[in-house]
Design a protein around this ligand. Sequence first.
Ligand SMILES: Nc1ncnc2c1ncn2[C@@H]1O[C@H](COP(=O)(O)OP(=O)(O)OP(=O)(O)O)[C@@H](O)[C@H]1O
Length: 909
Amino acid sequence: MHVRGTVAGEVDVRSVATSYGESELAEVPLRPADDARNGESPARGDGGTATVADGRETTTVTLWNKWTESAELLEPGMELLVTNAKEEEYQGETQYATTGDSYVVVEPSFLVSVTSIRNWVECPRLYYLNKLSGVPLNYPVVKGTLVHEVFGDLLRGRDLEESIEARVEERGLQLGLLGETPAAVKEEIRENATAIEGWLEQGRLTEEDSWRSEQLLISETFGIRGRADAVRRGAPVELKTGKNLKKEPRFKDKVQAACYALLLEEHGGDVDIGTLLYTKNSALDRNEETGDLTPAKEFTMGDGLLKYVVRLRNEIAAMETAGDIPTGYEADAKCEYCFEQDTCMVVSGRLDQESKAGQIGQSLPDEELEYFDRFYRAIEDERREVHREYAKLWEQTAEERADDDRALIDLEFLEKRPLEGGRWELRAHNTGGANSKLREGDLVLASDGDPVRGSSELARIERLDDEIVITADEPVEVTRLDVYPSELTTDRLLVAMHDALLKGDDRRKEILFGRAKPAFDTIEETFIDNNDRQNEAVTKAVGATDCALIHGPPGTGKTYTIARAIRAMVERGERVLLSAFTNRAVDNALEALLEQLEDVIDEDRVVRVGSESGIRDDMEPYRLERAGDPEDRVATLQNAQVVAATTSTCGSRVMKEQAFDVALVDEAAQLTEPGTCAAINLAERFVLVGDHEQLPPVVRAENDLTESLFERLVDLHPEAGVMLDRQYRMNQRIQAFASNEFYDGQLRPATPDVAARTLDDLEGVSRDRLPESLQDPVSFVDVEGDRSQYTDSAEAARIAALIEAYEAAGLERSEIGVIAPFRAQVSEISTHVPDDVAVDTVDRFQGSSQEVIVVSFTATGSLEGPIFEDYRRINVALTRPKRALVLVGDAAALASDPVYERMLEWARR
Ligand SMILES: Nc1ncnc2c1ncn2[C@@H]1O[C@H](COP(=O)(O)OP(=O)(O)OP(=O)(O)O)[C@@H](O)[C@H]1O
């Protein structure tokens, strides 16, 4: 039986005398979880989870012997799982205790990666340093990746030479940045691959041999996830590109293989053997080396090792849950033999952290230490939220995930087709056509219906229509796609924050922490002659020696201003980074910029860095191809005077090697502080462009990440900012409310034409054909709703009628957009209106505009809290239309909120 619950009090650890001698035990007060799904057969399970009495009383779980080590980590409020526990009656109460088959798992829904466990066993401090600084671009790492890729190819049956050729070609850019030549790299890969081929040959001799390449594995029982290099006859095989002349695999390698064994057990295996393949061994010269030169080393995995691995994992989970920082004393690693000793001491010194290796250097000023601490916690909160997303893979049913837009389910598998290189193209029919967060180009979990226990693969979405096309390493008969919760974003935020504080230039930090005022050079030139504020913005951007902040309300020509500013910078010979939170914004800005640069520089000096699927088709010609001849690839990037990439890509290994005179970041109000740092870390000076009255950064946790650096700097250094005040989008009547409510009444139409625009300007459209109530550019339609919370079918039906009225007046459906506060209402409206009308949440509409916008408030009865959560969302919704805005909602409910009440007054005028 498995016992799972929340630690309900202090844990008591003590020694007792038993018939076997002295034993350690820990008594854990536990409030069992009442989740019925708890009992569903975790690995090694023999069914049933404790559902004590009413499931809420506190019971006691006794953890014996080595498990007391994990007990010491427990704090009240932490989750605990004990597998194969036994039930005991004690003074009329049912209690539980570990048995010889038990595993004790601390915070099981925190999924620790196998790599983390491996780093941790070397030294917990090393684990921490890796988190802070990320994996740098260096040759051993790239070579390791290449050997692993070739290994996968060989397992999938690809020809060795063909694989080496293709894989080295694919990494052209990285190899070029490292100054490596293809011939030398290929030779080295070939040497390593000999070991692999030899081993595979042996494997093929046995009839029952079965193996598969890289497999993504998740264990809900042990709280571990990872990608095994290969699985052979159900057992893990790990590839190491180093040498090992001992008979036995290295301990940390065994730990890693043991993690995979646990993962495989959860998938129904029973694993007691692990194989380590040291590929360098076969390249060694027998005459010079002594020892065991066989590359493949098998070892037997005892229960003791598996349990030890779970205890290690528990240490990480407990530390991360508590938000602690390891000191290195947790392990008996020898600092004097550690390659990272210097880095470790420097980081400890700068951050004033306790460390086994000791500290060197002076610590950061207090305010920077405080900042580091605050943001470290915030980013780790965010990481825990990502982990919660993983847990939802098994906590939610398929239907719940689909309703949550996290999965596409009930797909009808159509066919599989082998691709070059042994990969597969899989096709499925989307029967539901439902909404989801999934997009083309995304990495997803493709499964046969169960992403955790069934057969599942990490796959890429190539096409997403009625027919879905994905590519994957193995041919899963896909019937379900799940959002893959990636930690990449959080990883990069942490590294960007670390780089900004520990590697950042002093002057930059003076500015960021308000210890100095941004400075500006005097610029005499006029850049834009018909819009003073835009001209001032460009002047500031060009003249800033530290930073400039451009505040651009809706439709005020932000993109145009950015393009003009970059042209001026390019003309001055500067190397410019153009970045933004989304690919869409990067492409928009780049499009405007290309127009400006037409006669200024050659097209090939503008480069777009990003993946093929992320970049708009018409920007494809500018995309930096990563594959190819190393020298040539590097030359293309180094030669580029303008590089455009998302802030996330700015945190990639390739971009981190680049340096710029200036970084210009659009959509800056939607970026977290560390997210912004990822881009500005790469440049001498920076310009942020955004609007903090529109959507804030998208984060899962509620903490310091919700305020953008843009917003903080606008407050800190108002003199570095300029607000664009003329908008080129909305009819005067439409913009009035937003201007008063959000921009101190400063927003004005840029020209009389803009102020006076109405639907009559559109060809074939006449307002006379609209009902009188819709003839004004702003109208309100009072609908007494159906009183449900997140949907309102009465509103949806009314909206369908409104759209018909606009069509009757001559509008195209594609000129109408509908905005609703909740996804459920978006779905509800979608069932009422034709497909070609865009219906979505505010978040999806930010940055775009439409001739007509209909807003569904989905508010009835007494309004509980702002419907759009945050008034900034209302601002975005109300500023999307150019010529007509229709608000649909329950007037009585809306009037109960002061902002909505003012909105009603304006709309009904
Ligand atoms: N100084 C200007 N003179 C003439 N037209 C301008 C000027 N500035 C901007 N525009 C025009 O106004 C429109 C909106 O500009 P732009 O796309 O740059 O707005 P934006 O502020 O980026 O919009 P959003 O708020 O959606 O991000 C464009 O058609 C652009 O050409």
